[in-house]
Design a binder for this molecule. Structure first.
Ligand code: ADP
Ligand code: MG
Length: 665
């Protein structure tokens, strides 16, 4: 299948003295003590006296290789992007591919019953740790992954479960095939042994085998085990190369290896294993899946990772990067409304002439009120809220974007989501955000692209949830002491169960979350019913609008591959086919698409064809009708989707009111 090129590549000679050493350098004296076996002793001697270690390098012809199945993840209980943001902020998770949402329960990872029982009965784990929630779906969707999390965060399980599932998706080893299919490289013998023990718990219930190959341990036994066929090898890099070179490369074949893990990559790197790993990688098919786990991610390791991984999804837990780094975050505790407004005037007075500011208010009424107050104070603000017609909103937005003298925009959080105005250098949350997602989206209106910006939240001393959100999102040196004090009190109440953020977030399990979602949906439906009878009540109507814009329940599959801020693939597929007819009509209407394209500069195309309810495409048929949204930047894509949602919801409401009929979702 593979054509062996016969190339030989040399490992740097300074490592030769350690040829058969343990990676900690202890084994060089115990050649005979290795296992006392004659054949092994001979092999070891041969290794020791060889000037360089020759590794057979395969030249792979991808077309001739057995196909690999890498993307097989079925999230049996997906959460929406806002819930994902909540989970990520609560757990300080950074991920460069926002389309991969965390999975909060082992039961929702598509694992088989045997594997689940090892997790829940043998190891007695109840819930995945944050790094497990986020990296496992990333691995199971076939990505190369970099997982960074402090020691003890549960990284082993991330790659073991990912690897196990991967191996089970491939053709099993046939008679005579030695494997392995998965390789785990560890910097030390002790760690390799520990990983091997854990790994075996999972493999044995699946009738698979793993061997642990480290220097200083019984080579002959390793050789014998290997000959019998193993699915997984856990090894230190030096010993793995030893095995690769034995018998001119005929002992350890690499043609079935398709999943490689580098555990404790920072230590592998510190210990100088980079050349070995490079060598090893060259012997393995290039379309393999490779994951790297590490406690830290120094820049040298980053450069190395870029070389050996393909478009990796980077996940770092314990990292406060959810809010754009280019935003200076500020917060101010003010209780009296008049003081708050004066403070606002003061800030506005200090802004450079042509810089733009967005002020977020809680409701349409407040936007209106703020507009009048600012007009009265000599400013000329522009407003956008749900009470304006879509034409007026578009005009106002255009004015804010194009007119250099229009430098203040007042709006509600929900309606701002489509905004991309590069000149915005300041965002003021007149009422501090009440959810992580709201905070991330609102502050994200500034520092667009590579520009910098500031965000100021105004908060009262009673607003403890809001303080907690700031505490979790702001850098410690930016966080004012008084906000921190309020937040810490709230955190204590959270711990003691006296207060709750939202059931299910922060690793409380999806069961709660499901319940919460059902309740929210129920509430939204009820509210929609009420709207039809209370449309004369402006305030209710408006809150209403905002409530639903948040969750029009669309089925969206994101595909985001971030290389840098504005390089990569950013697209999303919105399932139109399965929407109720009202929504489908609005979603696919030309005016909607034109508006999205105009306001966010994405490209939107129809794909697939319509299948009536109950009918599914057969193999080879076109997929169900969907909209493909393609952007050149990640934020642009999110903005387009947000705008799309808000158009659908407001259009739907209008249609409902026009018909004065009942709508049911
Ligand atoms: P790391 O590699 O990040 O240092 P490990 O994978 O060695 O961490 O795990 C640290 C400890 O946490 C181990 O004792 C492991 O059994 C335990 N552990 C792993 N996952 C979970 C979980 N989901 N729930 C509870 N304990 C876990
Ligand atoms: Mg570890």
């Amino acid at each position: 299948m593979n054509s062996l090129s016969g190339d030989s590549t040399n490992v740097p000679s300074e490592r030769n003295s350690e040829l058969i050493d343990d990676e900690d350098g202890t084994a060089s004296t115990n050649m005979d003590a290795v296992d006392g076996n004659e054949e092994a002793t001979k092999l070891l001697k041969k290794l020791k006296t060889k000037k360089t270690r020759d590794i057979q390098t395969y030249k792979f012809n991808l077309k001739e290789l057995e196909p690999l199945r890498k993307n097989f993840f079925v999230n049996t209980n997906p959460i929406d992007p806002d819930e994902a943001i909540n989970f990520q902020v609560m757990n300080n998770i950074f991920i460069n591919n926002k389309s991969i949402t965390p999975v909060m329960n082992f039961y929702h990872m598509g694992l088989d019953a045997e594997t689940i029982s090892v997790i829940t009965e043998h190891f007695r784990f109840k819930l995945p740790t944050p790094i497990q929630s986020q990296t496992i779906p990333a691995i199971m969707t076939g990505n190369d992954v970099i997982g960074i999390g402090k020691t003890g965060s549960g990284k082993t399980m991330c790659y073991l479960l990912g690897m196990l599932k991967h191996i089970k998706q491939q053709r099993p080893l046939s008679k005579g095939e030695t494997g392995p299919m998965g390789v785990i490289l560890s910097p030390t013998r002790e760690l390799a042994i520990q990983i091997h023990e854990t790994c075996c718990e999972f493999l044995k219930v699946n009738s698979m085998n793993a061997i642990c190959c480290t220097g200083g341990s019984e080579l002959q036994k390793q050789i014998n085990d290997l000959k019998r066929g193993v699915e997984v090898i856990i090894a230190t890099p030096g010993r793995f190369i030893d095995l690769l070179t034995l018998n001119n490369g005929k002992l350890l074949k690499t043609d079935r290896i398709s999943f490689v893990t580098l555990d404790e990559a920072d230590r592998l790197f510190d210990l100088g294993f980079e050349p070995q790993i490079n060598q090893i990688m060259k012997t393995i098919r290039p379309d393999k899946q490779c994951v790297l786990f590490s406690a830290t991610f120094p820049s040298k390791l980053q450069a190395f990772a870029v070389k050996i991984l393909h478009k990796p999804v980077i996940i770092a837990v314990g990292n406060k990067q959810v809010v754009n780094e280019n935003i200076t975050q500020m917060a101010k505790v003010i209780d009296k409304e008049s003081d708050k407004f004066n403070y606002l005037l003061n800030i506005l007075g200090k802004q450079p002439e042509h810089s733009k500011t967005i002020i977020f208010c809680e409701s349409q009424l407040q936007v209106d009120f703020m507009n009048r107050r600012l007009l009265g104070s000599g400013h000329s603000p522009i407003q956008i809220h749900a009470g304006l017609s879509s034409n007026e909103r578009a005009q106002n937005l255009q004015k804010f974007k194009k007119d250099p003298n229009a430098n203040i925009l007042i709006c509600t959080e929900v309606l701002s989501r489509g905004l991309d105005v590069p000149e915005v250098s300041l965002v003021i949350l007149y009422n501090a955000a009440r959810s992580f997602a709201q905070y991330v989206h609102s502050t994200g209106r500034t520092a667009r692209g590579n520009t910098k910006g500031s965000a100021i939240s105004l908060i009262s001393s009673q607003e403890d949830l809001q303080a907690y959100i700031l505490y979790k999102c702001m850098k410690q040196d930016e966080l004012p002491d008084d906000v921190k004090a309020i937040a810490l009190k709230f955190a204590k109440d959270l711990d003691s169960g006296k207060k709750k953020i939202s059931a299910g977030y922060g690793g409380k399990g999806l069961d709660n979350l499901d319940k919460l979602r059902d309740e929210t949906e129920q509430k939204a439906k009820l509210k929609l019913g009420e709207t039809e009878t209370t449309t004369t009540n402006e305030t209710d109507h408006e809150d209403e609008d905002e409530e639903e814009v948040k969750d029009p329940n669309l089925d969206i599959v994101y595909n985001i591959q971030t290389d840098s801020v504005d390089k990569g693939d950013f697209n999303a597929k919105i399932n139109i086919n399965d929407l109720p007819q009202d929504i489908r009509w609005i979603a696919s209407n030309n005016a909607t698409l034109t508006k999205i394209i105009e306001q966010t500069s994405v490209s939107v195309t129809y794909k697939g064809r319509f299948y009536p309810e109950g009918k599914e495409p057969e193999a080879g048929e076109e997929p169900k009708l969907y909209l493909l949204v393609e952007a050149t930047r990640e934020q642009q894509l999110f903005d387009a989707i947000d705008l799309f949602k808000s158009i659908v919801v407001s259009g739907l409401k209008k249609a409902t009111q026009d018909r004065s009929g009942k709508f049911s979702m």
